[in-house]
Design a protein around this ligand. Structure first.
Ligand code: C5P
Ligand code: C5P
Ligand code: ZN
Length: 483
């Protein structure tokens, strides 16, 4: 990424903003995950602030049936956020049929193979996507971040949309774009703008998930990705570790959360964790990653699900992936009353489902192939969260962290969902899961796409065998020909 990439992205955002400003009625349609919700919330608020009438809707996918539905609406402009790039040719066709101007604000890979030279429509002036300008859509800018560029381009007069940076960071973090060194590329610039505006607080802190709401023993026990012997996935070990420390880890008869601890008690836990992990032979790179930049939403109450971007993104996933994107959207718009309590109920269900999904995986394990691994959840894991489970189990005991993972689950609509997850070192070796999912799905009569590191597909029932053969062939070609 260079300064000129950002400039080109901003110019494209300005062009897309012009189309919106010329509209009389806009429909913003978005994807049903944390990044999709925050994308829609950012775009919708910015359009409203520009005094253009706008309605927001969500869809699990963007296939021909959904596009056909859109042709029946009366909006003169339809803005696609956090999806659309993979379907751009179809969107153009249906836009002509339905007489609407399409605008796409996305970060997914356009539906071309990397070796193709992109057809000109990919670079149309209504298509805002970081990948068109040499910015990585899987790590440097999310859908919400792309919408933030659009929001800034929609500003005029007194309007200042920088407050929306907080939601852009929730989207990026929800899409797993924060690494050990924190957010990078334009995501990082957005976070800085949010900090300047007073909506974000960025500080190095313990990187474990759940510092705002998890009781300390759970915070430590659920640190599976760090694999600390005798603490991670070990509830009595985590309690023992805490009891051996000279800190006030309890108050009002219960365990404190991380944010309820005094600064010096936090320091004690951290240094003891480091010493303990060294003594148990944990690799230095794991220990170094105990601390990372943490993104807090400055306007949210400390100790709530909305204070830290990681937990905020989980509560959003708990709404949209369970058929209630309206609840998540209201939270993004600022409802801290009814919607938040509904979302907390959904969050309890989501957590239970994730735990059950991981339990199922632990019982049944993966099928190990030469250069990938897969498991079939049948109807035991919801299709909308099987990707999250796949991402969580990759690297756990029983999986090979150096092979991509593919997970199947049946959908309510009577087909199969496939989710795939890889890692950075595989991507460096040539892995492009988006291409694998798109081509393998096409081969069996389905559709797929996404990012190099994480992608998905929907395919007809009973095509898994053929699909797996395709994966094998394409994967072999990718890993022997690093791009
Ligand atoms: O559709 P969207 O782009 O919003 O979703 C991206 C998906 O890719 C998320 O589910 C996220 O968890 C996953 N991802 C990942 N690892 C990365 C980047 C993205 O698992 N490094
Ligand atoms: O659904 P899942 O979390 O596995 O999706 C991973 C990534 O692949 C997401 O960015 C999602 O938007 C994308 N995807 C896609 N086309 C599909 C299914 C998923 O682009 N048919
Ligand atoms: Zn996204």
């Amino acid at each position: 990424m260079t300064d000129s990439s950002i400039l080109q992205l901003k110019n494209r955002a300005t062009q897309c903003a012009k189309y919106l400003l010329d509209s009389t009625s806009v429909l913003c349609i978005s994807h049903i995950d944390a990044d999709g919700l925050t994308s829609a919330a950012i775009a919708t608020q910015a359009i409203k602030r520009a005094n253009i009438p706008v309605t927001t809707a969500f869809s699990k996918r963007l296939g021909e049936p959904e596009l056909r539905q859109l042709t029946k609406t009366d909006y003169d402009t339809i803005l696609f956020t956090d999806f659309g790039s993979g379907q751009i040719e179809k969107i153009i066709q249906y836009g002509e049929k339905g007489n609407f101007t399409p605008i796409i604000c996305d970060h997914h890979q356009p539906s071309i193979t990397p070796s193709d030279s992109p057809p000109s429509e990919f670079n149309s002036d209504f298509h805002l996507n970081p990948l068109l300008f040499g910015i990585n859509g899987a790590s440097e800018l999310s859908g919400a971040g792309t919408c933030y560029f659009l929001a800034r381009a929609l500003e005029s007069g007194e309007v200042d949309n920088r407050d929306l940076a907080a939601l852009a960071i929730v989207g990026a973090v929800g899409d797993m774009q924060a690494r050990e060194e924190g957010l990078i590329g334009p995501n990082k610039n957005i976070a800085q703008e949010g900090a300047e505006k007073g909506v974000l607080n960025i500080k190095p802190d313990l990187s474990f998930y759940g510092k705002q709401t998890r009781p300390l023993p759970k915070l430590l026990e659920y640190s599976s990705e760090f694999g600390i012997p005798g603490i991670s996935n070990d509830s009595s070990g985590a309690i023992r570790f805490l009891k051996n420390l000279n800190i006030e880890s309890r108050g009002n008869g219960k365990w404190k959360t991380w944010v309820e601890l005094s600064h010096s008690d936090q320091k004690t836990i951290l240094s003891s964790l480091v010493t303990y992990s060294i003594s148990r032979g944990l690799p230095p790179e794991k220990i170094n990653s105990f601390i990372a930049p943490v993104y807090e939403l400055e306007k949210e109450i400390i100790g709530t699900e909305l204070r830290e971007a990681t937990e905020f993104s989980t509560i959003l996933n708990a709404t949209a992936r369970y058929g209630r994107p309206d609840v998540g959207l209201s939270i993004c718009f600022g409802d801290r009353d009814k919607s938040l309590s509904r979302a907390k109920n959904l969050l309890a269900v989501h957590r239970r489902n994730l735990a059950e999904g991981i339990g199922l995986f632990n019982r049944e394990g993966v099928v190990m192939e030469d250069n990938f691994q897969w498991f079939h959840a049948q109807d035991k894991i919801r299709d909308t969260i099987v990707g999250i489970v796949a991402g969580m189990v990759l690297g756990m005991d029983g999986t090979d962290p150096n092979k991509p993972i593919f997970a199947f689950a049946q959908t309510d609509e009577g087909d199969l969902k496939v989710s795939s997850r890889g890692n950075l070192s595989l991507v460096k070796k040539g892995l492009n899961l988006s291409e694998i999912m798109r081509l393998s799905a096409q081969y069996v009569g389905g559709e797929g796409g996404g990012h190099d590191i994480a992608a998905g597909a929907t395919i007809p029932l009973k095509t898994e065998k053929l699909f797996l053969e395709q994966i094998k062939t394409i994967l072999e070609a990718q890993l022997s020909n690093p791009s």
